[in-house]
Design a protein around this ligand. Structure first.
Ligand code: OAD
Length: 235
């Protein structure tokens, strides 16, 4: 890491981190758009973008279930240095976190305040009666044993809206920050990527990613593995 980036971190009053799948690749969970990412291969002849859509959930629930169960759940994955350092900063009140990730690793790292913009795979509910269902039960069957309704994870599918509470909390976290740090995301998915438009006029913008992303003009960037950057980060 360059000294300038460390100085920017040290000088920040409140940092809001915005993260994506690239923070969990070091924990063994593939991202979406890299060469080896989830979107690089079809599943049973269907594109993953369709399989993660509301249409697929309604039209082909068995296909949706098989795809999600085989490709999204990594219950043995452990948080890495990125989740852990961000969690520590959030616990001390110096930072907030908005993540697109649905893998629960921020919570496992002890981050209770994380804003899960796209939901969480390990919270499931029955689409018929709305009742919460343990994710272990979902792994055993897609049908709710009490009313045979179809269970689903509480994640935002293509064609569905971001929850009002996630939007409100995210806007508040963006407005509260004098420094935004974007980590491990291709920054292509909206409305997440549009959140930076609500930052304070003088807020600094830092990008930590192993490839350039369309975040506009940034204060500083680190192009490389995010786990290396966070391992080197002091304080
Ligand atoms: P992407 O796969 O689009 O982007 C991940 C980014 O992280 C890419 O730019 C990678 O190059 C980079 N990356 C991967 N590993 C890294 C590492 N170790 N260090 C640094 N950078 C690394 O994933 P997201 O941007 O998170 O939505 O995707 C956004 C949304 O698209 C997801 O939340 C998901 C998907 O459709 C839903 O499921 C609703």
């Amino acid at each position: 890491m360059t000294e300038d980036l460390q100085t920017l971190f040290d000088q920040a009053q409140h940092i809001t981190f915005m993260t994506g799948a690239g923070v969990s690749t070091a924990s063994g969970i593939p991202d979406y758009r890299s060469k080896s990412g989830l979107y690089s291969a079809k599943f049973k002849g269907l594109p993953p973008e369709y399989l993660l859509s509301h249409d697929c959930f309604v039209e082909q629930p068995e296909m949706f279930y098989d795809f999600v169960k085989e490709n999204l759940y990594f219950p043995d994955a452990k948080p890495n240095v990125i989740h852990e350092k961000i969690a520590a900063l959030c616990r001390s009140g110096q930072a907030s976190l908005i993540t697109q990730n649905i893998d629960n690793l921020d919570r496992t790292a002890g981050n209770d305040q994380v804003i899960e913009f796209h939901g969480n795979l390990y919270r499931c509910y029955c689409s018929k009666d709305g009742e919460q269902v343990d994710w272990h039960d979902y792994m055993k069957s897609m049908y709710h044993d009490t009313d045979h309704g179809i269970i689903r994870p509480d994640i935002v599918l293509y064609g569905e809206s971001i929850s009002e509470s996630a939007l409100q909390r995210s806007m508040a976290a963006i407005e509260a920050a004098d420094q935004l740090v974007i980590v491990g995301t291709s920054f292509k998915v909206y409305p997440f990527a549009g959140l930076i438009n609500y930052r304070q006029p003088n807020a600094k913008l830092i990008v930590v990613n192993n490839e350039p992303i369309p975040a506009g003009s940034v204060t500083a960037q680190y192009t490389g593995d995010a786990e290396t950057f966070f391992a080197d980060l002091k304080g």
